[in-house]
Design a protein around this ligand. Sequence first.
Ligand SMILES: [Zn+2]
Length: 352
Amino acid sequence: MADEDELDYPVAEAIAPGAVHEVAPGVFWLRMPLDLTGLDHINLWLLRDGDGWTVVDTGMKSDRIHEIWEGVFAEQLDGRPITRVICTHFHPDHMGQAGWLTRHWNCALWTTRQEWLFGRMISLDRQDEVPTWFLDHYRRIGLSDRALTAMSERGYNHYNSVVTPIPDQVRRVSSGEVLRIGAHDWQVITGQGHSPEHVCLFCEELGLMISGDQVLPRITPHIGIYPSEPDANPLQDYIDSLDKFAGLPSDLLVLPAHGLPFRGLEKRLDALRRHHADRLNLLEDFCVEPTRALSTLEAMFGRRLSPFEAFLGLAESMAHLNCLMGQGRVARDADDQGVWRYQATSHRADAA
Ligand SMILES: [Zn+2]
């Protein structure tokens, strides 16, 4: 994305796993390793909170992350307890250790209702076999019988293997609510699209915003369509929710979950909007003839993808197609094998 280098990164280098770095008085950056395609770390935040600490996000479930946390407890907390765990959203790198941390410290999980419900719902869905409706979704997208067989052999729900049990109770936070954390007020701003009700925390006094995955400096947050809600329009939700971040102070230091803290939120929001507008145009042009979702992968990504990248990429392509349908620019029907085909409703006037 063209604008990424125009952002200002006040801390030039990433910190080591388990080390902490104070980004503002009482606000510490903690980095945890992560083993995901394209992502090798997640940033967590430790906020001094009276006699204890508030933690924002927790890391994925793994023995190594437990060990790093134990080291942080021993060396980085000045002997004070963790008294509150806030999760920006339910994804395992963010909520994965929330169950363990809240039980270990006997404190509450704070997050939005939808993020908590999603985490609970997915963790309680313990079907062993991959359900037919799940495979049918991918059949309609155009996956071959062989790919569907491989998918059913991989199993259905891996969430519990990467999260400790999601807490049974929650302290709900809501859009617009102001949380007093230590000596400062933090306002909850919720985003959508990457996850259903994503928490961002804005502190005017400190000039900070913890953005989670909603706004990232170098990569675009994953926005995808999955079988549980095939007709959702998360990309439109995402684009619309970016407007909630307009008008924040221009010198705000944004603390993202991946990448480095940065200044230049407004530029980044513009770049994200432009990125998706360009991708929507590209897909619309690509769908001049009736096109299967699977066939859009090459147009969208321009290279061969690993199977896992293709799985995520398909979900992203679908999110753009559903967004185009929502805008009336693409229509969907099914071919004689029941596979969805997408076609532009008219030729774009400004198409190349
Ligand atoms: Zn996420």
